[in-house]
Design a protein around this ligand. Sequence first.
Ligand SMILES: Nc1ncnc2c1ncn2[C@@H]1O[C@H](COP(=O)(O)OP(=O)(O)OP(=O)(O)O)[C@@H](O)[C@H]1O
Length: 248
Amino acid sequence: MSELMKLEAVSRRFGGLQALQDVTLSIGRGEVLGLIGPNGAGKTTLVNVITGVHRASAGRVVFEGRDITRYRPYETARNGIARTFQIVQPFPELSVLQNVAAAALFSGGDGLRAANRVAAEKLEFVGLSAVADKPAASLTLAMRKRLELAKALAMNPKLLFLDEVNAGLNSAEVEQAMGLIRQIAGGGVTIVLIEHLMKVVMSVCSRIVVLQNGALIADGSPSEVVSDRRVVEAYLGKKYAQVASEGA
Ligand SMILES: Nc1ncnc2c1ncn2[C@@H]1O[C@H](COP(=O)(O)OP(=O)(O)OP(=O)(O)O)[C@@H](O)[C@H]1O
């Protein structure tokens, strides 16, 4: 598998807090990589550093062989990196379609008409065509999560970070979201999935990395990672590991 992204000893401090500590990681083209770890481990910060929302305090981010460490968010978007936000934040008065078209324009795009066409296509894909003209503020949480997905897809990404797209959804909605994630991956988009629901991580990811206190503590196949002693102690807990090994 060819390498799409490489992180070399990426660190980030917020005042006295070391949010990321020497994170070194390779992401292969076409992978569905799970990024897990306890609350406050640094998962969202890692996405923020990669996408240019925060500057790395040290280290390098390389995407398709190019050093993008100091790129701004619009530059990372134009180079093919998109992300959803853990806290969904659409422009509430704009229509659902306009929200997605705005994302298409942010990543470059080909003018407003093309952006509207892409937006309609992505809304169809996530199943929101029927509410395309409604204000984004009128959507349910599950629909807003799908809107986030449509916005990220409208940027035509090669690498897509999904930050807790299943949080707050019921089990039927989670199943639907998993189906969409599989289809996106099947279309050749490389995905990094930040997720607390282990059943989702285990069923859609080909590889899992674990962050704890800003440092990577494990990197391997789902079965390797869930039986890793440090991961069990830091995050999963003994009960989960026992259930997982009985299920394996
Ligand atoms: N802009 C910021 N300023 C100061 N501290 C921050 C900032 N963003 C994140 N942090 C801190 O960095 C640490 C890592 O936070 P981060 O949100 O990356 O964790 P996470 O693994 O995504 O957690 P969760 O699973 O709860 O979303 C936390 O201690 C957090 O309080």
